[in-house]
Design a protein around this ligand. Structure first.
Ligand SMILES: Cc1cc2nc3c(=O)[nH]c(=O)nc-3n(C[C@H](O)[C@H](O)[C@H](O)COP(=O)(O)OP(=O)(O)OC[C@H]3O[C@@H](n4cnc5c(N)ncnc54)[C@H](O)[C@@H]3O)c2cc1C
Length: 387
């Protein structure tokens, strides 16, 4: 007897979305399992805000980002909640930056996404909060903004339950095996038989896939965001200050005031390798100082007392592209790895996983995200995280 048509392992950002989209098609024939309490902060998806943007380095990602906005709009309609806030967004690159703007320009143009090309003087004229040297150039895209992460996760789960899904928390999935074209999963000593399994395990993906004999060269890094009480809060209101990314090594990114009465800035991929079992939750002073140093140079009015600094995990593939595919060697198990930039796509990725699990196909171009791409077959691949 099959207990559920679909089960979702992990109810973080993407798993919560998958549970919702599955319940939208199947009603109560959906089981979601989360090893910790719902909304916990040990993974990669809980905070007030994540950047959402159309500005991406390949046309395929830009197209996926368009679909991501559409997925969020559908969840907003279903829930009556606002989940995305438009602020506009800046990609800022000093001369010789590690992440050139050309790919972004080319990709948005190919996907008919309008954007403005700005020099440093024009950026500072529009947003006097910035202090930039003359060599900085920028792309501005006006649909960029904030995906309201924690609210969106809670909304996906609420809707899933309202549609009839069973969501279980504080219960880890242990053994997983395929039997007679179905999947058996062990949850706290009890075996459930399901038609398909979606693995959305974030930093625990190597453990879950390892139990299936699959080894993918992932790295888990400890990331840290810093909320600072701006000297001039009004100039960082969401109506006055866009989200931004500094496209150089080190790369920083930031937000207007949202969720906390403070500006949020972070250093992308600050090189701290960890694992989800032994990780620290203690913010590091050197990372906070690096963020404050960047702000002092470029956003001096943002510098103020640290209100909150908190850690979070990235799960990175070597090329920083997502993994979104059937688990190699299985028939009915599908997985996703968000590579440290997936929140904006969370709802869409959940939907695609459900389509793969139920129909075997998706209408979206996810060919670059396949499990059999060469870099994922290497034991010790060259890692290129600057995208
Ligand atoms: C500091 C930071 C800033 C970021 N900024 C952005 C941004 O601005 N824009 C953007 O688009 N993306 C951003 N990201 C990336 C994005 O947030 C992640 O890619 C995405 O949230 C990952 O979601 P997930 O569901 O894969 O992982 P998670 O949210 O970590 O969920 C995985 C879940 O699986 C559960 N689990 C694991 N194993 C088991 C098991 N055996 N049984 C049951 N449950 C299990 C875990 O407990 C966890 O809840 C950021 C990430 C961080 C850390």
């Amino acid at each position: 007897m099959t207990d559920y048509r679909v089960a979702v392992l992990g109810l973080g950002g993407i798993g919560s979305a998958a549970a919702f989209w599955a319940s939208r098609r199947l009603g109560g024939d959906v089981l979601g399992v989360e090893q910790f309490e719902l909304g916990h902060t040990r993974g990669g998806s809980e905070d007030h805000s994540r950047i959402i943007r159309l500005s991406y380095h390949t046309p395929a990602y830009v197209e996926l980002a368009k679909a991501a906005y559409a997925a969020w709009e559908q969840v907003e309609v279903d829930s009556g909640e606002q989940l995305v806030l438009r602020t506009g967004g800046l990609d800022l690159a000093p001369a010789g930056a590690s992440i050139g703007l050309d790919d972004y320009r080319m990709s948005m143009t190919a996907a008919s996404v309008p954007f403005d090309e700005l020099d440093a003087a024009e950026v500072m004229r529009r947003w006097p909060q910035w202090r930039l040297s003359e060599d900085v150039t920028a792309l501005y895209q006006d649909r960029s903004g904030i995906a309201m992460a924690s609210r969106a996760n809670a909304t996906h789960r609420r809707l899933a339950r309202e549609n009839g899904a069973t969501l279980v928390d504080s219960a880890g999935v242990g053994a997983v095996r395929e039997v007679d074209g179905e999947v058996e999963i062990e949850v706290d000593g009890r075996i459930h038989r399901v038609g398909s399994l979606i693995v959305a395990a974030g930093a625990w993906t190597p453990t879950v896939l390892g139990r299936l004999g699959v080894d993918i060269p992932l790295e888990v890094t400890l990331e840290q965001v810093v909320y600072m009480e701006a000297a001039d809060p009004m100039s960082f209101h969401t109506s006055r200050f866009p989200i931004w990314i500094w496209m150089d090594e080190p790369s920083f990114y930031g937000f207007p005031i949202f969720g906390e009465p403070a500006v949020k800035i972070a250093w992308d991929r600050c090189e701290i390798l960890t694992d989800p079992e032994s990780r620290s939750f203690e913010p590091r002073d050197d990372v906070t100082e690096a963020v404050r140093g960047f702000a002092a140079r470029h956003l001096p009015q943002a510098v103020g007392p640290v209100r909150l600094a908190k850690t979070c995990l990235y799960t990175l593939t070597p090329d920083r592209d997502f993994l979104l595919d059937r688990v190699p060697g299985t028939a009915n198990i599908f997985t996703v790895v968000g590579a440290g930039h997936a929140f904006k796509f969370a709802s869409l990725l959940g939907r695609i996983l459900v389509d793969l699990a139920l129909d075997g196909i998706t209408t979206h171009d996810i060919s670059a995200l396949a499990a059999d791409r060469p870099v994922l077959q290497e034991k010790d691949p060259v890692r290129s995280y600057m995208v």
